[in-house]
Design a protein around this ligand. Structure first.
Ligand code: 5GP
Ligand code: MG
Ligand code: MG
Length: 179
């Protein structure tokens, strides 16, 4: 039987170990280093979830680069359009820059589509996405994602920066809800 941990009311088991995560992140960094040779990209890491991925990724980035951190607030709009996402914390100009968004996980993709739309309005030279996890089955609209760490099944995961109601971001392995 697999050992489980309890977070709030739920039980989770190890899904992807830290060593496997880190090996894959180093490979993503190599691809980015190749693709951005001679350029000076600006990484935009989306808080809170991407903090651990961003730190690990940046350790293997060898091209000259900058990194800054953003938050995306979502709130219910007063109209029927549903959720509105607002980008907070971007003080740098991204005009004519090569931008790489660092995200923890793309689920429905709706958050990323909105972030992308708002950033493209500020005329970067290029805009690509690096996400540690993606759930292909959950995607609601097609979206180009240049760097994907792991495609995972449509289950709730926790750890390595990702939380369950505030807890679990500190866990060094990725966990999945236990059945
Ligand atoms: P999307 O707009 O793509 O549906 O949602 C993206 C956000 O939902 C992610 O940035 C993340 O904060 C949260 N999310 C989606 N799936 C999971 C998951 O399996 N576990 C955790 N902890 N958060 C998730
Ligand atoms: Mg996120
Ligand atoms: Mg969360």
């Amino acid at each position: 039987m697999k050992s489980t941990i309890q977070v709030h009311d739920k039980h989770f088991e190890v899904f992807i170990e830290q060593s496997v995560l880190e090996k894959r992140i180093a490979a993503l960094a190599s691809s980015i280093n190749q693709d951005y040779t001679g350029k000076k990209p600006l990484f935009l890491a989306i808080l809170n979830g991407s903090f651990m991925f961003a730190a690990e990724l940046m350790k293997s980035i060898t091209v000259s680069c900058e990194i800054t951190f953003l938050r995306v607030s979502s709130y219910q709009a007063t109209t029927s359009t549903g959720k509105v996402h607002q980008i907070l914390g971007l003080s740098e100009s991204i005009e004519n820059r090569d931008i790489i968004i660092i995200e923890d996980i793309i689920d429905t993709g709706l958050t990323m589509i909105e972030i992308k739309k708002q950033l493209l309005a500020q005329n970067p030279s290029s805009l690509t996405i690096a996400t540690l996890f993606q759930k292909p089955e959950a995607l609601k609209q097609p979206i180009d994602i240049e760097y994907i760490g792991f495609e995972i099944e449509n289950k709730f995961v926790l750890g390595y920066g990702l939380d369950y109601d505030g807890l679990g971001r500190n866990l060094a392995d990725l966990y999945v809800l236990s059945e």
